[in-house]
Design a protein around this ligand. Structure first.
Ligand SMILES: Nc1nc2c(ncn2[C@@H]2O[C@H](COP(=O)(O)OP(=O)(O)OP(=O)(O)O)[C@@H](O)[C@H]2O)c(=O)[nH]1
Ligand SMILES: [Mg+2]
Length: 346
């Protein structure tokens, strides 16, 4: 269901104001010259990307947008007021298509990226403009031009629905390569992966879901250490997080908490993203220690927790099933939210 990730809208810029015909009226001047002012230009419509929005839900009900028309010209050569521009905010990562030709018009990725989509019509010229030696009293003025109109399709592109996070070396790249056909570099040192790897993981129903192996999360990432902000921004565009912890580390609970602290320091709802915890690399641990560490994590988190081995594939199906359940749950919530809003509008 693509209710909130895709919408059709119509945008119409304002019409330019008409120019007018007027003549100066002054005391003791029997026939003043032409003084009709030009019309003001119509307002344009711009899109602006913002991190405040995560979905296109706001466009579900308001589908037609029109900027203000320009004002008519006035006497005494006064130009009409310009129509106010209309700025429509959209979530970062929204692509704008022309719905008739399917051409991509713009792709607004970064916060504050702005794009002028339809331009306001020019104001018409007033009669003062047509004064010439052969015509001292022009009796005509031009109307303002119509504003542009476009039919658009907005589509929000998530980087990935599922983000795999964890400290360097937790086994993120190994997991994505075992779940999908992505083949990232894997090595036993931190920062092997420098940019997110994407991989498509198939659900039992056959649909593909994009997973991202998100590297570089370390203590201080939210303060911009390393490429911290870039990585955290990528996480912003995911719906569910798989949080991997290396069970062989000196202090797995501390590792987990470092990442949680970064998510919460970054803000923007990252620490509220549903998480599924994968206690990874259990192939190198005996059963008793596995149960011990599982209990420890159950003591500090209410999220679903799985003992897994990305290398051997142990526990991965159960973890994936939890991911699918979570995504289904979120879709159901989105559908409910929309039916609720629809009931308010009907
Ligand atoms: N025993 C064991 N080792 C694993 C497992 N998964 C990954 N490793 C090893 O852990 C090391 C790090 O794995 P990566 O997949 O590169 O880890 P990463 O989280 O992508 O690391 P960065 O890209 O540096 O952030 C490699 O030596 C892997 O072979 C596992 O399930 N079991
Ligand atoms: Mg990696």
């Amino acid at each position: 269901m693509k209710f909130i990730d895709q919408v059709e809208v119509e945008v119409e810029a304002g019409k330019g104001g008409d120019g007018i015909v007027a003549f100066r009226r002054e005391k003791y001047v029997p026939a003043g010259g032409p003084s009709g002012g030009n019309g003001g230009r119509g307002g344009s419509i711009l899109f602006k990307a913002t991190t405040k929005l995560q979905t296109l839900l706001d466009f579900k009900y308001a589908r037609r947008f029109k900027a203000d028309d320009g004002g008519r010209g006035g006497p005494n050569n006064c130009t009409g007021a310009a129509g106010k521009d209309l700025i429509l905010e959209i979530p970062c990562g929204t692509m704008i298509y022309d719905s008739e030709t399917e051409e991509v018009i713009a792709d607004l990725i970064n916060p504050d990226d702005t794009f002028l989509i339809v331009k306001g019509g020019k104001g018409g010229l007033g009669n003062q403009h047509f004064l010439s030696n052969s015509n001292r009293a022009p009796e005509y003025a031009l109307p303002g031009l119509e504003g542009e109109i476009k039919q658009l399709r907005l589509e929000l592109k998530l980087l990935a629905e599922v983000g795999i996070i964890g400290l360097p070396n937790a086994g993120k790249s190994t997991l994505i390569s075992s779940l999908s056909s992505a083949k990232p570099k894997i090595a036993d040192y931190p920062f092997t992966t420098l940019i997110p790897n994407l991989g498509v993981v198939r659900k039992p129903t056959g649909d593909g879901t994009v997973f991202a192996d998100i590297p570089g999360l370390i203590e201080g990432a939210s303060d911009g250490i390393g490429l911290g902000h870039d990585f955290l921004r990528h996480i912003e565009r995911t719906r569910v997080l798989v949080h991997l912890v290396d069970v062989n580390s000196n202090d797995p609970i501390h590792d987990y908490q470092v990442i949680q602290a970064e998510l919460s320091a970054y803000g923007r709802g990252l620490c509220d993203r549903p998480q599924i915890i994968g206690l990874n690399k259990i192939d190198s641990m005996d059963e008793e220690s596995q149960q011990y560490i599982l209990k420890e994590f159950q003591g500090i988190s209410n999220d679903p927790i799985f003992l897994i081995s990305g290398v051997a594939g142990t526990g991965c199906n159960a973890l994936l099933q939890a991911v699918w359940n979570q995504l289904d749950l979120m879709k159901e919530d989105a559908v409910k939210e929309i039916s609720f809003l629809e009931s308010l509008h009907s």
